[in-house]
Write a protein that binds this ligand. Sequence first.
Ligand SMILES: CC(C)(COP(=O)(O)OP(=O)(O)OC[C@H]1O[C@@H](n2cnc3c(N)ncnc32)[C@H](O)[C@@H]1OP(=O)(O)O)[C@@H](O)C(=O)NCCC(=O)NCCS
Length: 292
Amino acid sequence: MDDRPTDGTRDQNSADVVELTGRLLCADLTEASTVRQHLPEHIALTRAEPGCFRFEVEPTEDPLVWTVVEQFVDRAAFDAHQARVRTSRWLEATAGIARDYVISTRDSLDEVSAVTPSPMLRRLRASDAPAVHAAFGSADDMARQGDVTTLAEAERYVARLLAEDSPHEPWAIAEGEELIGLIAVTVDEENLSGWFWYWVTHRARGRGLTARAAATVAQWALTERGLERLELGHRVNNPASGAVARAVGFVKEGTERGKFLIDGQRFDVDTYGRLRTDPAPAFDSLPLRAGE
Ligand SMILES: CC(C)(COP(=O)(O)OP(=O)(O)OC[C@H]1O[C@@H](n2cnc3c(N)ncnc32)[C@H](O)[C@@H]1OP(=O)(O)O)[C@@H](O)C(=O)NCCC(=O)NCCS
């Protein structure tokens, strides 16, 4: 499996996609329980790695056996994954468990994307905490999205968003079951307005996914959810956030000068709004599954 360094004798082109398939074979129920305990964090951390396209570890009918499929964009990404795992809690806990796997290469990313699950939007769940933890660790710019540096903090972050009296409407961007980003609206019921915010784990960025997901949630908020105004703000040194806002049909309404003090430097914040009556942008919507 992923956590055993390969012997380096295979003739693999470094530009090829590396695929590992195989099984994790526990000797008894104690080992199986160790796998169940550590697997969610291991999966979330691996999927947050920039070069990871696919990482599936699925239970089988045999309670002692899991199937494994991993795909990394190239040999360097696969090696980086193995290097990270060597010092991980996962390997510390499961080093003695048997693995049976083969490593091969695929010629192109097209073959890989053909088996990557399509993204969709679903409600945030308590079980998303490990993926939230991994996302916050995936890029330095996540530090300003909340205080999440441990799994316990991620659990509290998710619990706050899901609390019964929470004003938040959080939607997970998911690939398969795995959360890879969040689009949320913090609702002001009195004014039928909402503060709109979003983040995406590092490996999922630059694909136009946030823009599609945010446009889908904005449409939901301004129709089904019944809000009449959405608003957001972003630091002027975060152009990606502004680009997402404009792609979602937000209109720039102003600039709050010198709003934040970060590392001794003051930053302006651009503010945006979108009214229910504003023209909706053309966009390629994501499936929005309220019941999942
Ligand atoms: C902001 C963020 C959500 C963008 O996610 P993303 O998935 O890369 O965005 P998309 O791929 O959907 O791109 C949307 C637009 O942003 C543009 N963009 C993406 N990264 C950019 C960058 N670094 N600089 C300038 N524009 C950028 C894209 O070109 C695209 O513009 P277009 O619609 O005109 O083509 C992501 O960088 C992130 O999570 N950042 C940390 C959290 C954060 O800052 N959230 C916003 C808080 S205000």
